[in-house]
Design a binder for this molecule. Structure first.
Ligand code: COA
Length: 633
């Protein structure tokens, strides 16, 4: 994300960004039909077309709902925000690890001993506090759009939720609470998790923030306190890794006791969680580090040394496996990257401030959080642990660093790197399954007030035509036909991207129409009961570009049981892909997908190269054809 040196968020706040638009109804319905036609059977499509036409007919239900949506747009800052938040996150009952929370994986660190690791953690905490001070002062440089339609300022609201949000589990739906306008003098604390115990680390003493040396000395006290096995409480953090309804029920049981209530209140009001992890016993490959960030390795490893409801959890493993786990409902991966990169640069870039902080204050030791546990609670802890273990055993992850080329090669073909990668993902999927499926690519709509994301439906008809030409066993397509199809697929993808980032995609709009019908207590319109609509919202391929400028990568799990998660980080000469799926489904395999992706990327490169050679030859021969023949005679 680009950073403009001078302008800050305070300046930007004065400029008001436009509101997210409501696209024209006909445009959305036409696009919807175009997006699904080639993904469903012909008979089914006929039915869907009739249903959609009825919905969009003059004087029909669609018009009524559209009018109401336009009114909602006038009355609210962002008409889709709450609808989207509930649909995407809060109503989802699945466990946060793997299914919802993305992670950043840091490069493997080398720690000689636990003291080294604590020094790293102390530095990290200081970096976090520095970053938070920038946020609090509204002094963060404003982000500006890059890539397609570059140059527009982007909404910064997501940053203000990094350290102020907490996702409360609910029986039917969760609640995202954001503490606004917290007085800067308010006491601030971090929760440190160590050996499944939770400690309150106050970061302010006598109105002055702790320096790095003081933080380290507090972390050392925590380390010692956690070592005392006799004082250890059961691993309560594991409850937060459970399904949201199960955790809500457990939380209700927990809060019957005042001690537990007090501990929860301290966790829920902290700035962030810092998890000091035990050595995992696994080799530090990219894939293993990704797995450990996503689920902590289950209850036998660090799965309970977490508090998943909290937006930001920084993980420092004693074996050097480090990263960030993020509860997703408050902000997108791009904001997570900005914060993670700042902290990483702080740790590696600036010289340690330890030497300068000669005086260290005598501080009271951090407090261990206390819990009351009865046999009912023991049962709940065991059940949560079992369910986490199933998730751990189920996750099939493959981090693939494609080193043959990166963004530069693609730009040299005069193609959008993102669109190119999306088309390559479609090719990989087709190679594995012989069909295309509903695909999600997140598109930022931060050009608008409170903008989050909409969906680029990457399984376009043009992509299907291209992948068919590439996989046709009868070899009926010439290179020039394949290249034309590749360009068509990339143009279609790029055009959808531009529509999405300018608020003209269809997913948010259709959701808005559905929610409006519910608000008006109307019978659910047929368009939303249609099989096509339901399957088109099962994102078997869930993709996202999360680029970084510092060595680290983002990953997440699939969003449906028979799906793939594919997060990618395009760099100038390589691309990191994090492919995830579930072992329990025989339909998917991350290794098979990665193999197909590698093959496809090489085939597309070869195709482009052959096309370039042919074009050069053609240009040369037409040049020489135009020149008078030199003759010795
Ligand atoms: N020829 C040459 N270069 C081109 C090109 C072409 N035809 N088309 C684009 N490029 C260049 C761009 O100028 C840009 O250059 P830069 O690296 O100097 O900035 C670069 O290629 C990348 O552009 P592109 O690949 O088209 O993608 P993008 O940066 O516009 O990204 C999205 C597209 C959809 C990923 C982006 O708009 C977005 O929404 N990102 C946020 C995703 C998100 O929210 N992720 C987190 C979810 S949790």
């Amino acid at each position: 994300m680009p950073i403009l040196e001078k302008e800050t968020a305070t300046d930007r706040d004065r400029q008001v960004l436009p509101k997210v638009p409501v696209p024209p109804l006909k445009q959305t319905l036409d696009t919807y039909l175009k997006c699904v036609q080639h993904l469903v059977k012909e008979e089914q499509f006929k039915k869907t077309k009739a249903i959609v036409e009825k919905f969009g007919a003059p004087g029909g239900v669609g018009e009524v709902l559209q009018k109401k949506l336009l009114e909602r747009r006038d009355k609210t800052t962002n008409w889709v925000y709450d609808y989207w938040l509930e649909d995407m996150y809060l109503n989802n009952r699945l466990a946060l690890p793997v299914n919802s929370s993305p992670v950043m994986v840091f490069p493997k660190q080398t720690f000689r001993d636990h003291k080294d690791a604590l020094r790293f953690a102390g530095r990290l905490i200081r970096g976090v506090l520095d970053y938070k001070a920038l946020i609090d002062a509204r002094a963060l440089p404003v982000d500006f759009a890059r890539g397609q339609l570059a140059g527009t300022p982007l909404c910064m609201e997501q940053y203000y939720r990094l350290f102020t949000s907490y996702r409360y589990p609910g029986l039917k739906t969760d609640t995202l609470k954001v503490q606004m306008n917290v007085a800067s003098s308010a006491p601030e604390h971090i929760i440190v998790a160590c050996k499944n115990q939770f400690f309150v680390l106050d970061v302010v003493a006598n109105s002055k923030q702790l320096n790095e040396t003081e933080i380290l000395s507090q972390l050392e006290k925590i380390w010692k306190m956690a070592e005392n096995a006799e004082e250890r409480f059961p691993p309560f953090g594991i409850l937060t890794s459970d399904g949201r309804t199960e955790w809500a029920q457990a939380r209700d049981a927990l809060t019957k006791d005042q001690t537990n209530k007090d501990s929860l209140a301290l966790i829920e009001s902290c700035l962030c969680v810092v998890c000091l992890d035990e050595p995992s016993g696994l080799g530090p490959s990219d894939t293993n580090r990704a797995l450990l960030m996503l689920h902590g390795g289950g209850r036998e490893k660090n799965g309970a040394n977490r508090w998943y409801d909290k937006s930001m959890q920084f993980v420092v493993g004693m074996d050097g496996i480090c990263g960030v786990v993020c509860e997703h409902s408050a902000f997108e991966g791009i904001v997570l990257v900005q914060c993670s990169e700042y902290v990483m640069k702080y740790i590696t870039g600036s010289p340690s401030k330890m030497a300068r902080a000669s005086s260290i204050r005598e501080l009271p030791p951090p407090r261990r959080l206390l819990w009351k546990c009865n046999s009912h609670m023991q049962g709940l802890l065991a059940a949560s642990g079992d369910r986490l273990q199933r998730l751990v055993n189920n996750l099939d992850m493959d981090v693939f660093n494609f080193k043959v080329y990166g963004k530069e090669f693609i730009k040299n073909q005069k193609m959008s790197p993102d669109a190119f990668i999306q088309v390559a993902l479609q090719l990989a999927f087709y190679k594995c399954g012989g069909r295309l499926v509903s695909t999600y690519e997140s598109a930022s709509i931060r050009r608008f007030q409170d903008g989050r994301v909409d969906n680029i439906r990457s399984a376009t008809p043009e992509a299907l035509a291209f992948v068919k030409s590439m996989t046709d066993e009868r070899a009926t397509f010439t290179d020039s036909e394949k290249i034309k199809r590749l360009r068509d697929a990339i143009n279609a993808q790029t055009n959808y991207t531009i529509a999405a980032i300018t608020g003209m995609a269809i997913d948010n709009h259709l959701l808005g129409l559905l929610r409006m019908a519910q608000e008006l207590n109307m019978e659910k319109p047929e368009i939303f009961c249609d099989v096509t609509y339901l399957t088109s919202n099962q994102f078997i391929l869930s993709t996202s570009q999360v680029p970084t400028t510092v060595e680290m990568f983002c990953c997440y799990g699939p969003v449906v049981p028979n799906g793939y998660g594919a997060c990618y980080n395009p760099q100038s000469d390589h691309i990191i892909f994090c492919v995830s799926s579930f072992w329990e489904t025989t339909e998917t395999s991350s290794a098979v997908f990665v193999k197909a992706l590698n093959e496809g990327l090489l085939e597309i490169r070869d195709l482009c190269n052959r096309g370039n050679t042919a074009a050069t030859k053609l240009a040369c021969s037409s040049q020489s054809a135009g020149q008078p023949h030199k003759s010795g005679k």
